[in-house]
Design a binder for this molecule. Structure first.
Ligand code: 5GP
Ligand code: MG
Length: 177
């Protein structure tokens, strides 16, 4: 199965990066509780690993989820982002860390950050595992970024193609499509 994929970021590189990002986050957020808002579905693995690395680094994340989808083609975002909130989400006066898998056009994270700030969060920072700056459609940069990559469609470590490949323990390009 590995032959189908060209590994772009290995399991070991991801593990080390989670530790580095967690240390930066705890330096900024300190040891007081903050809301780690994980954007489903793509960020579920990154969020799970990152929140445990944050605890190991001395931080205290409270975990909540929201789901974002945008109507577009299979592999790109349209800019019409719709959010699903799963339970009463109180953002007022909260310090929020938004966690997503990948920053591509920027539509999703800029929309959600606006939503969070419009609901009176005291501040909102953003963490992404991957960044494709060459694809940006709106001006946006993440506060914490794992890896900057070229314009490839990637899968693994939470990222899918038609719901496949999310469970791969690395980030890869599919060779045969
Ligand atoms: P944006 O709104 O920044 O264009 O896109 C963000 C979302 O598009 C990501 O959270 C992710 O779900 C999806 N996306 C963008 N690039 C890729 C990619 O290379 N692979 C996969 N699987 N999803 C991507
Ligand atoms: Mg996503």
């Amino acid at each position: 199965m590995k032959d189908r994929f060209k590994i772009l970021v290995s399991t070991e590189e991801i593990q080390q990066k989670n530790i580095d990002l967690a240390n930066q986050i705890v330096r900024d957020f300190g040891t007081e509780p903050f809301l780690l808002l994980s954007i489903l579905t793509g960020s579920f693995i990154f969020s799970a690993d990152l929140c445990r690395a944050i605890v190991t680094a001395g931080g205290d994340p409270i975990i909540a989820f929201l789901s974002a989808s945008s109507y577009g083609s299979q592999t790109t975002s349209s800019g019409n982002v719709s959010l699903t909130i799963f339970k009463e989400l109180s953002l007022s006066s909260k310090r929020v860390l938004l966690v997503d898998d990948i920053l591509d056009t920027g539509y999703t994270l800029s929309h959600i950050k606006n939503y969070v700030l419009a609901h009176s969060a005291s501040f909102c920072k953003t963490a992404v595992l991957l960044d494709k700056p060459s694809r940006r459609k709106v001006s946006f940069s993440a506060d914490y970024c794992g890896f900057t990559i070229d314009d490839h469609f990637v899968v693994g470590y939470g990222l899918d193609l038609n719901d496949q490949f999310r469970s791969l323990p690395y980030v890869a390009i599919i060779q045969d499509t």
